[in-house]
Design a protein around this ligand. Structure first.
Ligand code: APR
Length: 230
């Protein structure tokens, strides 16, 4: 069975109603990214950070997967599909995709500030005083700027086994995620779907690259149909 590796970014969920990052003046829902997505921001103002992710989590629970997410599930009828997402939402899982690796963490999980291995599901608000069993404050299970990306190694191994790479809705600006393509074998075809496609070193050096200017909910279902009819 051929293996399709799908790398998704914020554009994947845009048509579900979740805003992307880089086309919003560098602000994430009105906040300077570093104040809500860095260890420094967390130390400066925990209440602001907790409140920010509480809002994101509530918003996430009010939106639905779009046709792009749903079409990726259909690919599993004929292909082995591994999704590597930079998104912290759970829309791929809610659509029904079975293999989803989250490079930048998950909004619906929290972890201990003292023990990174203590990670639990969390769908309500997270507040000061919510503690792990050892008595330490819980924090959002999000990879902040300046922090390690623990899932990167697994993502690199998956990418190295790709027969086709689909890239959807990412500006390919944030490393190490943006460099994942380097792990795909040189002859592996790459299809990049984005209404405003970016470029980077890894993309420029592909030998078999097709760029489709369009949105996830619009163009991706067509690409999936073609792949299923092959
Ligand atoms: N369908 C597909 N792509 C879209 C759509 C859409 N409907 N709308 C916008 N896009 C594209 C934009 O053209 C852009 O290229 O989605 C991309 C979004 O880029 P970014 O906002 O930079 O998001 P992303 O690449 O996922 O950011 C990477 O940066 O802030 C951090 O941790 C955060 O995971 C995030 C990482």
């Amino acid at each position: 069975m051929e293996h399709i590796v799908v790398l998704t970014g914020a554009g994947m969920s845009a048509e579900s109603g979740l805003r992307t990052f880089r086309d919003a003046d560098g602000l994430w829902e009105g906040h300077d990214v570093m104040s809500v997505a860095s260890p420094e921001g967390w130390h400066r103002d925990r209440d602001l950070v907790l409140q920010f992710y509480n809002e994101r989590r509530r918003q996430l629970l009010s939106v639905q997967p779009n046709n792009g997410h749903l079409s990726l599930v259909k690919l599993e009828q004929h292909y082995k599909v591994s999704i590597i997402t930079q998104n912290v939402d759970d829309l791929h899982e809610r659509a029904g995709s079975n293999t989803v690796v989250h490079l930048h963490g998950e909004l619906t999980k929290v972890r201990s500030t003292a023990d990174p291995t203590y990670v639990v599901e969390w769908r309500e608000d997270l507040n000061r005083g919510n503690l792990c069993p050892k008595g330490h404050q819980l924090r959002p299970h999000i990879v902040w700027f300046g922090e390690a990306v623990p899932m990167m190694e697994q993502a690199a191994i998956i990418t190295s086994e790709a027969d086709l790479v689909l890239i959807i809705g990412t500006s390919l600006q944030v490393y190490p995620a943006a460099g994942l393509l380097a792990y795909a074998p040189t002859q592996t075809p790459v299809i990049y779907i984005d209404p405003n496609p970016a470029t980077n070193y890894e993309l420029e050096h592909r030998t078999d690259l097709k760029i489709l200017e369009g949105t996830a909910a619009n163009v991706l279902p067509q690409v999936v149909r073609e792949l299923l009819n092959k």
